[in-house]
Ligand binder design. Sequence first.
Ligand code: GAR
Length: 188
Amino acid sequence: MASGSGSNFEAVAIACREGQLAAEVALLVVNNVGCGASQRAGRLGIPCQLHDHRGFSSREALDQALIASFRTAEVDLVVMAGWMRIVTPALIGAFPGRLVNIHPSLLPSFRGMDAVGQALAAGVTLTGCTAHLVSEEVDAGQILVQAAVPVLEGDDHASLSARIHSQEHRILPLAVDLAARRLGLLQG
Ligand code: GAR
């Protein structure tokens, strides 16, 4: 699941292709037409479906459409790789322990929108990223993998985001691997 540039989606797809993650990305769903993630899927040869939230009457209705897509694609695990919509209990309940999110802060600090901006505004010298299971409370599910990222003198939103992104690309495949092992989907 992706809404924007899709660099985390691509990191997972490449980890699968290069054998670091014993999985296959069966499907990408996006909610923004023409977003970077959908373009990356095209380049990677991964099927991509658009579920534009603007065409649904409620969050629940969007999530029901997502569930139907994932069931049709027979996915074992779902990754929110920069999905900028709040998900409902319907989606969480359809994939218990199987819904992984990546968030650009060291949770439980800086939950919610613009975690990078929140970290800069707070003046912390250390932030990072967290891959976690999704629970009904936003950005509060069981933590799988975290990476710490320093905030450097003179950092702005773009420079700090870039440093966090490179760590996200490293930990998200690790978190998918860990979640899959805990579910018994991967052995060895
Ligand atoms: C990532 O930094 C991810 O942590 C963040 O969106 C970015 C997506 O980048 N997600 C959230 O803020 C979710 N609350 P990408 O499209 O390049 O993967």
